[in-house]
Design a protein around this ligand. Structure first.
Ligand code: CUA
Length: 314
Protein backbone atom coordinates (compact mmCIF):
# COMPACT_ATOMS: atom_id res chain seq x y z
CA UNK A 1 0.00 0.00 0.00
CA UNK A 2 1.33 3.42 -0.93
CA UNK A 3 0.55 4.95 2.42
CA UNK A 4 2.59 2.45 4.37
CA UNK A 5 5.67 4.22 5.70
CA UNK A 6 8.19 2.22 3.67
CA UNK A 7 6.36 2.47 0.35
CA UNK A 8 5.99 6.20 0.88
CA UNK A 9 9.69 6.57 1.71
CA UNK A 10 10.69 4.47 -1.31
CA UNK A 11 8.85 6.85 -3.56
CA UNK A 12 11.41 9.61 -2.92
CA UNK A 13 14.46 7.96 -1.35
CA UNK A 14 17.41 6.81 -3.48
CA UNK A 15 17.97 3.05 -4.01
CA UNK A 16 19.27 1.27 -0.92
CA UNK A 17 22.66 -0.07 -2.00
CA UNK A 18 24.45 -0.84 1.28
CA UNK A 19 23.86 -2.85 4.43
CA UNK A 20 23.24 0.21 6.57
CA UNK A 21 21.00 2.05 4.09
CA UNK A 22 17.77 0.67 5.58
CA UNK A 23 18.90 1.57 9.14
CA UNK A 24 19.58 5.16 8.10
CA UNK A 25 16.24 5.28 6.26
CA UNK A 26 14.32 3.91 9.26
CA UNK A 27 15.76 6.61 11.52
CA UNK A 28 15.03 9.22 8.89
CA UNK A 29 11.43 8.00 8.55
CA UNK A 30 11.02 8.11 12.33
CA UNK A 31 12.32 11.69 12.52
CA UNK A 32 10.15 12.72 9.59
CA UNK A 33 7.08 11.03 11.12
CA UNK A 34 7.72 12.47 14.60
CA UNK A 35 8.19 15.95 13.11
CA UNK A 36 4.98 15.66 11.09
CA UNK A 37 2.95 14.51 14.11
CA UNK A 38 4.44 17.26 16.33
CA UNK A 39 3.78 19.82 13.63
CA UNK A 40 0.13 18.78 13.34
CA UNK A 41 -0.31 18.71 17.15
CA UNK A 42 1.30 22.10 17.75
CA UNK A 43 -0.04 24.06 14.75
CA UNK A 44 -3.40 22.23 14.85
CA UNK A 45 -3.79 22.83 18.62
CA UNK A 46 -2.86 26.46 18.20
CA UNK A 47 -5.42 27.07 15.44
CA UNK A 48 -8.12 25.09 17.31
CA UNK A 49 -7.69 27.00 20.58
CA UNK A 50 -7.43 30.32 18.80
CA UNK A 51 -10.91 29.69 17.43
CA UNK A 52 -12.41 28.02 20.47
CA UNK A 53 -11.33 30.69 22.95
CA UNK A 54 -11.47 33.73 20.72
CA UNK A 55 -12.96 36.90 22.24
CA UNK A 56 -16.68 36.81 21.41
CA UNK A 57 -17.91 40.02 23.04
CA UNK A 58 -16.22 43.23 24.19
CA UNK A 59 -16.76 42.26 27.82
CA UNK A 60 -15.07 38.83 27.58
CA UNK A 61 -12.42 38.42 30.25
CA UNK A 62 -9.68 35.73 30.39
CA UNK A 63 -10.19 33.44 33.34
CA UNK A 64 -7.41 33.08 35.92
CA UNK A 65 -5.54 29.84 35.13
CA UNK A 66 -3.23 28.24 37.70
CA UNK A 67 -0.44 25.92 36.58
CA UNK A 68 -0.91 22.16 36.27
CA UNK A 69 2.00 20.14 37.59
CA UNK A 70 0.93 16.94 35.87
CA UNK A 71 0.54 18.62 32.44
CA UNK A 72 3.86 20.44 32.76
CA UNK A 73 5.59 17.23 33.73
CA UNK A 74 4.08 15.34 30.80
CA UNK A 75 4.87 17.92 28.12
CA UNK A 76 8.47 17.97 29.31
CA UNK A 77 8.97 14.30 29.99
CA UNK A 78 7.39 12.82 26.83
CA UNK A 79 9.49 14.99 24.47
CA UNK A 80 12.53 14.20 26.65
CA UNK A 81 11.94 10.47 26.06
CA UNK A 82 11.48 11.00 22.34
CA UNK A 83 14.66 13.10 22.09
CA UNK A 84 16.71 10.62 24.12
CA UNK A 85 15.33 7.79 21.98
CA UNK A 86 16.36 9.62 18.78
CA UNK A 87 19.78 10.33 20.28
CA UNK A 88 20.47 6.71 21.22
CA UNK A 89 19.08 5.42 17.94
CA UNK A 90 21.14 7.98 15.96
CA UNK A 91 24.23 7.15 17.96
CA UNK A 92 23.90 3.45 17.17
CA UNK A 93 23.46 4.12 13.44
CA UNK A 94 26.32 6.64 13.40
CA UNK A 95 28.62 4.28 15.29
CA UNK A 96 27.89 1.64 12.66
CA UNK A 97 28.69 4.10 9.86
CA UNK A 98 31.98 5.13 11.48
CA UNK A 99 33.36 1.76 12.57
CA UNK A 100 34.84 -0.23 9.72
CA UNK A 101 35.35 -3.97 10.26
CA UNK A 102 39.04 -4.93 10.63
CA UNK A 103 39.01 -7.16 7.54
CA UNK A 104 37.65 -4.48 5.20
CA UNK A 105 39.07 -4.32 1.68
CA UNK A 106 40.97 -1.02 1.44
CA UNK A 107 41.13 1.39 -1.48
CA UNK A 108 42.85 4.78 -1.50
CA UNK A 109 40.81 7.70 -2.80
CA UNK A 110 42.36 10.99 -3.86
CA UNK A 111 40.15 13.97 -4.54
CA UNK A 112 41.28 16.95 -6.58
CA UNK A 113 39.70 19.72 -8.60
CA UNK A 114 37.66 18.15 -10.20
CA UNK A 115 37.84 14.41 -10.21
CA UNK A 116 38.32 11.35 -8.03
CA UNK A 117 41.30 8.99 -8.36
CA UNK A 118 41.37 5.50 -6.89
CA UNK A 119 44.40 3.35 -6.06
CA UNK A 120 44.30 -0.31 -5.14
CA UNK A 121 46.99 -2.04 -3.08
CA UNK A 122 47.75 -4.25 -6.09
CA UNK A 123 48.88 -1.09 -7.89
CA UNK A 124 45.80 -0.77 -10.07
CA UNK A 125 44.70 2.83 -10.54
CA UNK A 126 41.46 4.21 -11.88
CA UNK A 127 39.94 7.62 -12.29
CA UNK A 128 36.27 8.55 -12.11
CA UNK A 129 35.35 4.88 -11.64
CA UNK A 130 35.89 2.51 -8.76
CA UNK A 131 35.19 -1.22 -8.63
CA UNK A 132 34.29 -3.03 -5.41
CA UNK A 133 33.10 -6.53 -4.52
CA UNK A 134 29.50 -7.10 -3.38
CA UNK A 135 28.80 -8.40 0.15
CA UNK A 136 32.23 -7.47 1.48
CA UNK A 137 33.18 -4.54 3.68
CA UNK A 138 35.16 -1.94 1.75
CA UNK A 139 37.06 0.91 3.37
CA UNK A 140 38.07 4.04 1.47
CA UNK A 141 41.09 5.89 2.85
CA UNK A 142 40.82 9.35 1.44
CA UNK A 143 42.82 12.54 1.02
CA UNK A 144 42.78 15.62 -1.17
CA UNK A 145 45.46 17.18 -3.38
CA UNK A 146 44.02 20.67 -3.05
CA UNK A 147 40.90 21.83 -1.20
CA UNK A 148 38.20 20.17 0.91
CA UNK A 149 35.93 17.86 -1.05
CA UNK A 150 33.27 15.50 0.22
CA UNK A 151 32.78 11.94 -0.98
CA UNK A 152 29.06 11.23 -1.09
CA UNK A 153 27.30 8.02 -2.18
CA UNK A 154 23.55 8.62 -1.74
CA UNK A 155 22.64 4.98 -2.46
CA UNK A 156 24.94 3.80 0.33
CA UNK A 157 23.73 6.56 2.72
CA UNK A 158 27.23 7.63 3.56
CA UNK A 159 29.33 10.75 3.10
CA UNK A 160 32.70 11.90 4.34
CA UNK A 161 34.77 15.06 3.91
CA UNK A 162 38.07 14.66 2.08
CA UNK A 163 40.66 17.03 3.50
CA UNK A 164 44.13 18.04 2.26
CA UNK A 165 47.02 17.11 4.55
CA UNK A 166 45.38 14.18 6.31
CA UNK A 167 43.44 10.97 5.85
CA UNK A 168 39.75 10.49 6.45
CA UNK A 169 37.96 7.21 5.97
CA UNK A 170 34.57 5.85 5.02
CA UNK A 171 33.35 2.30 4.79
CA UNK A 172 30.37 0.40 3.42
CA UNK A 173 29.24 -3.04 2.43
CA UNK A 174 27.37 -2.99 -0.85
CA UNK A 175 24.53 -5.52 -0.81
CA UNK A 176 23.54 -5.24 -4.49
CA UNK A 177 25.44 -5.65 -7.71
CA UNK A 178 25.12 -2.52 -9.84
CA UNK A 179 26.33 0.94 -10.62
CA UNK A 180 26.03 3.78 -8.11
CA UNK A 181 26.66 7.50 -8.41
CA UNK A 182 29.22 9.39 -6.35
CA UNK A 183 28.98 13.13 -5.87
CA UNK A 184 31.27 15.75 -4.41
CA UNK A 185 29.17 17.30 -1.65
CA UNK A 186 31.44 20.18 -0.66
CA UNK A 187 31.58 23.25 -2.89
CA UNK A 188 35.14 23.20 -4.27
CA UNK A 189 35.14 25.62 -7.19
CA UNK A 190 33.97 26.11 -10.78
CA UNK A 191 33.39 22.48 -11.76
CA UNK A 192 32.27 21.19 -8.35
CA UNK A 193 29.03 19.86 -9.84
CA UNK A 194 31.04 17.89 -12.43
CA UNK A 195 33.17 16.18 -9.77
CA UNK A 196 31.50 12.81 -10.17
CA UNK A 197 32.43 9.15 -10.06
CA UNK A 198 30.75 5.77 -10.52
CA UNK A 199 30.97 2.87 -8.10
CA UNK A 200 30.69 -0.47 -9.85
CA UNK A 201 29.68 -3.24 -7.45
CA UNK A 202 30.69 -6.62 -8.90
CA UNK A 203 30.27 -10.23 -7.76
CA UNK A 204 33.46 -11.40 -5.99
CA UNK A 205 34.76 -13.52 -8.92
CA UNK A 206 34.17 -10.72 -11.42
CA UNK A 207 35.89 -8.30 -9.09
CA UNK A 208 38.95 -10.53 -8.63
CA UNK A 209 39.15 -10.93 -12.36
CA UNK A 210 38.96 -7.18 -12.87
CA UNK A 211 41.61 -6.52 -10.25
CA UNK A 212 44.03 -8.97 -11.83
CA UNK A 213 43.42 -7.93 -15.41
CA UNK A 214 45.24 -4.63 -15.06
CA UNK A 215 46.22 -3.85 -18.62
CA UNK A 216 48.92 -1.46 -17.39
CA UNK A 217 50.43 -3.44 -14.55
CA UNK A 218 54.00 -2.33 -13.86
CA UNK A 219 54.04 0.13 -16.78
CA UNK A 220 55.25 3.73 -16.47
CA UNK A 221 53.05 6.54 -17.77
CA UNK A 222 55.31 6.81 -20.80
CA UNK A 223 54.89 3.09 -21.57
CA UNK A 224 51.13 3.39 -21.18
CA UNK A 225 51.14 6.34 -23.58
CA UNK A 226 53.17 4.42 -26.12
CA UNK A 227 50.72 1.48 -25.93
CA UNK A 228 47.69 3.72 -26.40
CA UNK A 229 49.38 5.60 -29.21
CA UNK A 230 50.04 2.36 -31.08
CA UNK A 231 46.42 1.24 -30.55
CA UNK A 232 44.48 4.39 -31.23
CA UNK A 233 46.57 7.08 -32.92
CA UNK A 234 48.80 5.61 -35.63
CA UNK A 235 46.04 5.43 -38.24
CA UNK A 236 46.23 9.24 -38.54
CA UNK A 237 49.43 10.35 -36.79
CA UNK A 238 53.09 9.44 -37.15
CA UNK A 239 55.45 9.54 -34.19
CA UNK A 240 57.82 11.34 -36.55
CA UNK A 241 57.68 14.79 -38.20
CA UNK A 242 56.07 13.28 -41.30
CA UNK A 243 52.40 14.19 -41.69
CA UNK A 244 49.62 11.68 -42.36
CA UNK A 245 45.87 12.49 -42.25
CA UNK A 246 46.85 14.47 -39.15
CA UNK A 247 50.10 16.19 -38.34
CA UNK A 248 53.23 14.20 -37.45
CA UNK A 249 53.68 14.58 -33.72
CA UNK A 250 57.42 14.61 -33.27
CA UNK A 251 58.62 17.99 -31.97
CA UNK A 252 55.07 19.35 -31.56
CA UNK A 253 55.32 19.89 -27.80
CA UNK A 254 56.73 23.32 -26.99
CA UNK A 255 56.39 24.54 -30.60
CA UNK A 256 54.19 27.35 -31.85
CA UNK A 257 50.99 26.03 -33.49
CA UNK A 258 48.87 27.90 -36.04
CA UNK A 259 45.14 27.21 -36.30
CA UNK A 260 42.21 27.77 -38.59
CA UNK A 261 40.17 30.53 -36.96
CA UNK A 262 41.90 30.51 -33.57
CA UNK A 263 44.86 32.39 -32.12
CA UNK A 264 48.17 30.55 -32.34
CA UNK A 265 49.78 29.20 -29.19
CA UNK A 266 52.73 27.23 -27.92
CA UNK A 267 51.76 23.55 -27.50
CA UNK A 268 51.68 22.68 -23.80
CA UNK A 269 50.01 19.90 -21.79
CA UNK A 270 46.63 21.66 -21.74
CA UNK A 271 46.71 22.11 -25.51
CA UNK A 272 47.52 18.40 -26.00
CA UNK A 273 44.76 17.42 -23.60
CA UNK A 274 42.21 19.59 -25.38
CA UNK A 275 43.29 18.36 -28.82
CA UNK A 276 42.86 14.73 -27.75
CA UNK A 277 39.53 15.16 -25.96
CA UNK A 278 38.00 17.81 -28.22
CA UNK A 279 40.04 18.07 -31.44
CA UNK A 280 37.62 20.45 -33.16
CA UNK A 281 38.42 23.20 -30.64
CA UNK A 282 41.70 24.06 -32.43
CA UNK A 283 42.32 22.66 -35.91
CA UNK A 284 45.93 23.02 -37.12
CA UNK A 285 46.24 25.04 -40.38
CA UNK A 286 46.28 22.89 -43.47
CA UNK A 287 44.57 19.87 -41.87
CA UNK A 288 40.92 18.71 -42.02
CA UNK A 289 38.72 18.84 -38.91
CA UNK A 290 38.41 15.06 -39.03
CA UNK A 291 39.52 13.61 -35.71
CA UNK A 292 37.13 11.70 -33.44
CA UNK A 293 36.87 13.31 -30.01
CA UNK A 294 38.31 11.06 -27.30
CA UNK A 295 36.21 12.61 -24.54
CA UNK A 296 35.03 9.74 -22.33
CA UNK A 297 37.18 7.19 -24.18
CA UNK A 298 40.36 7.45 -22.12
CA UNK A 299 40.96 7.20 -18.39
CA UNK A 300 42.94 10.01 -16.73
CA UNK A 301 45.85 7.62 -16.50
CA UNK A 302 45.72 6.84 -20.23
CA UNK A 303 45.39 10.51 -21.10
CA UNK A 304 48.33 11.41 -18.87
CA UNK A 305 50.39 8.61 -20.45
CA UNK A 306 49.53 9.76 -23.96
CA UNK A 307 50.55 13.34 -23.16
CA UNK A 308 53.82 12.10 -21.63
CA UNK A 309 54.48 10.07 -24.75
CA UNK A 310 53.81 12.97 -27.14
CA UNK A 311 56.09 15.17 -25.00
CA UNK A 312 58.81 12.55 -25.32
CA UNK A 313 58.75 12.74 -29.13
CA UNK A 314 61.41 15.39 -29.48
CU1 CUA B 1 35.11 18.58 -5.00
CU2 CUA B 1 33.07 19.80 -4.80
Amino acid sequence: MFWSASAFAKSFMPVQGSTFASGVDDLYKFLLGASLISCVLVIGGMVYFAFKYRRKTNTDKTAYIAHSAILEFLWSFIPFLIFMGSFVWGWIVYHDLRTAPKDAFEVHVIGQKWNWDFQYKSGRKTSGEVYVPVGKPVRFIMSSRDVIHSFYIPAFRTKQDVVPGRYTALWFEADKVGEFQVFCAEYCGTSHSQMLAKIHVLPQEKFDEWLQNDPYKGLSNLDIGQTIFAQKCTACHNATTENKVGPGLQGVFGKNREFEGAASLVADENYLRESILNPAAKVVKGFPNGMTPFQGQLSEQELLGLIEYIKSLQ
